[in-house]
Design a protein around this ligand. Structure first.
Ligand SMILES: NC(=O)c1ccc[n+]([C@@H]2O[C@H](COP(=O)([O-])OP(=O)(O)OC[C@H]3O[C@@H](n4cnc5c(N)ncnc54)[C@H](O)[C@@H]3O)[C@@H](O)[C@H]2O)c1
Length: 272
């Protein structure tokens, strides 16, 4: 442990179960000395697993639907009361696409589902930031991290509407990063993570094959949820205080690799 977050106050969204990336971030943030509030959609609370995390990290839970400005206002207001001051870091770890869940192909997207996906997975970041800014709830040099995926830059057919939604999420991080940076020196980044075996991840059609493919391309292999959490902690810490408005790849080198020997040999193309 490095005490990287000693004395810092945070809000961590999206811890559904032990596989969730947010779950690992909460564990690491606790190890690094932070105090924080956990939040998730009221419907996710019913599964009750988050209680174990709250107990293990000494944190309180505030249910909030990330699409509701009212819920988010309550989240930021109450979090400051519980933690005893302004917030230093926020994790946005929220993603949901009904089109993906229902395995609807991209050319045939259902637009009601598409809009829902945008609201839950991208606009929610804008809402969080807007609420926080209005309430002046985040300390100067505070850090906000949202999780994204490389389908925002390159096409992955089975990622359907989430590709477009992640592109919007990354754009919101840049756009809001400007305004919040100028006004309050708050920094906002997205972390573009490897395929990871979580509820959201494994819900994607063909996830297993695609996970193995990415693993075979990346020189370091796929980054797991725990190392993603480590990276998020560095972004919450003061060691990265001049990093903002970036989309940061955390993928074992996947995004910079055209092809790997592993993939070529498996395909038998090395003989040609
Ligand atoms: N798993 C992967 O392969 C992968 C790769 C890159 C990026 N990501 C991103 O990481 C983030 C976290 O996902 P995960 O993989 O840990 O899966 P997860 O299923 O554990 O987490 C997704 C979370 O979103 C929450 N959520 C859904 N609707 C909500 C709402 N209306 N309000 C508040 N919370 C809501 C869920 O309850 C859940 O806790 C997502 O943004 C996801 O797109 C995941």
């Amino acid at each position: 442990m490095y005490n990287l977050l000693k004395g810092k106050r945070g809000i961590i969204s999206g811890a559904l179960d032990q596989n969730s990336i947010a779950w690992k971030v909460a564990e690491k943030a606790h190890e690094e000395g932070a105090s924080f509030v956990l939040t998730n959609a009221p419907i996710a609370m019913r599964m009750g697993e988050i209680n174990a995390l709250a107990e293990a990290t000494g944190s309180q839970i505030i249910p909030a639907d990330a699409t509701s400005v009212e819920d988010l206002t309550n989240l930021f207001t109450q979090s400051q009361e519980i933690l005893g001051g302004k917030i230093d870091f926020v994790l946005h770890s929220i993603g949901m696409s009904v089109n993906i869940r229902k395995k609807i192909p991209y050319p045939e997207l259902n637009y009601d589902y598409f809009q829902k996906g945008i609201d839950v997975s991208a606009m929610s970041l804008h809402k969080m930031l807007s609420v926080a800014k209005k309430l002046d709830a985040i300390n100067e040099w505070g850090s906000v991290v949202a999780l994204t995926y490389m389908a925002a830059q390159r096409t992955y057919p089975f990622y359907t509407d989430m590709a477009d939604i992640k592109a919007m999420l990354e754009s919101i991080a840049r756009s809001f990063g400007y305004h919040y940076g100028v006004d309050k020196k708050v920094r906002i980044n997205t972390v573009s993570q490897s395929p990871t075996k979580t509820t959201a991840g494994t819900g994607i059609k063909g996830f297993g094959d695609f996970y193995d493919y990415a693993d075979a391309i990346a020189p370091l292999g796929n980054a797991d949820a725990e190392s993603c959490a480590d990276y998020c902690i560095t972004l919450f810490s003061d060691l990265t205080r001049m990093v903002t408005m970036q989309n940061l790849f955390h993928d074992g080198g996947y995004s910079s690799t055209g092809v790997s020997d592993k993939v070529l040999y498996n395909l038998g193309l090395e003989k040609e």
